[in-house]
Design a protein around this ligand. Sequence first.
Ligand code: GDP
Length: 472
Amino acid sequence: MHSSLQLCHTSHDANREAEGQDCPHTPSYLRPPVAGSALSDSGSEPSLPHSRSVEFDLPSPVSPTRPRSPWARFDPYDNTEDQDKEYVGFATLPNQVHRKSVKKGFDFTLMVAGESGLGKSTLVNSLFLTDLYKDRKLLNAEERITQTVEITKHTVDIEEKGVKLKLTIVDTPGFGDAVNNTECWKSVADYIDQQFEQYFRDESGLNRKNIQDNRVHCCLYFISPFGHGLRPLDVEFMKALHEKVNIVPILAKADTLTPTEVKKKKIKIREEIEQYGIKIYQFPDCDSDEDEEFKQQDLELKESIPFAVIGSNTVVEAKGKRVRGRLYPWGIVEVENSAHCDFVKLRNMLVRTHMQDLKDVTRETHYENYRAQCIQSMTRMVVKERNRNKLTRESGTDFPIPVVSGVTDSETEKLIREKDEEVRQVDHETESHEHHDHGHEHEPEHNSEPLEPSDHHANPETHLHQMVDEAL
Ligand code: GDP
């Protein structure tokens, strides 16, 4: 087979050069037969003349008859060693996943929190090179005293090299602005829970296609550069939210501090985070077989916490180059200069290296925690309802009876009632279908005992019970 493949190469390369582009390969078993290159019956390779003239007389296996690989230059089989091997073709699986995800696009929800004036909006604009806060209305001192924490959401669709990202920025204006800031983190925590609740509802509903995922994947928490480490409000906020969202602490306006001050503040903040038992987002550990450079980068990233950042929406000229920076009478601070601040490290972490991990931790840890708690309350609720139903049946009252409020937390109750209603409705529809399908041959038996589930979709009425059983 070597000679024929060698031939294939010669002509393929010749074609490539002629066309001046990459001509993709397909696995050998998919290639159309090459004249004179088929194996003989005995399985031995056909002998081919080795003269140049014969080589070029044979039809090229990459010529028009050969299908073009859809993976073009990303074809994992497109290299010289693979030409004489037989392949099933599953090395293209990562490409298939890649293709599908690129087509679908990505989404990411980032929350920014911290007292106003710390440069949150400026940093977000600098991070994503957008102007997300065009319509922002700044309140005066008087208005701010009475203002409660508000949650605002901005969404932009950005595209880079054919990859689409739906970016949602959740801001918390008013946080820490009031005279009394007791529990001002509560509306932020409620917002995060509401997104989990919505997702839980959608996910356990009947139509699970095209669920809109608004769960918050990361929260950049801005710490003032002017205090001595963390303030009580910072501790309170992070402790209240650390089990709901990935918190990444940020040391704001780093240009107002000298390099030594930045270093000292970072150490102090890290110590306090540890001391107060705050669980910030943990970068995943490097595998032992990673190369040294990668391990070094990972270590630097971990030591950068809290990221000392500088934001700017203006472009200034520094050393003949136009850069994002802040112009002072004594010089220029450059946002993207890693000697000046950790902006690039933060952006790389958020976008280039850890975006998917932030989403995974949100789904696998924070959302799972929420879901488990929710199911636990539902379990208690359903067990109570089942017992009550049992009692009611014994006393001859019709099923079902309404849930008595105040038994468990009102949100869970609402959810249960909605699910029950949904289940009842589907049950009703299924029954009328059965009537229709069987031409009213049989009256359906009235059975108020919960049916044993066999399939979520086939028995939606028992979905809730099934979820409860699973939880048990
Ligand atoms: P937000 O209320 O937290 O969103 O803060 P803004 O982004 O509106 O910024 C408040 C003020 O701080 C504005 O005058 C910004 O120009 C300024 N600012 C933003 N980022 C920085 C920074 O990194 N360093 C300094 N010195 N000032 C900044």
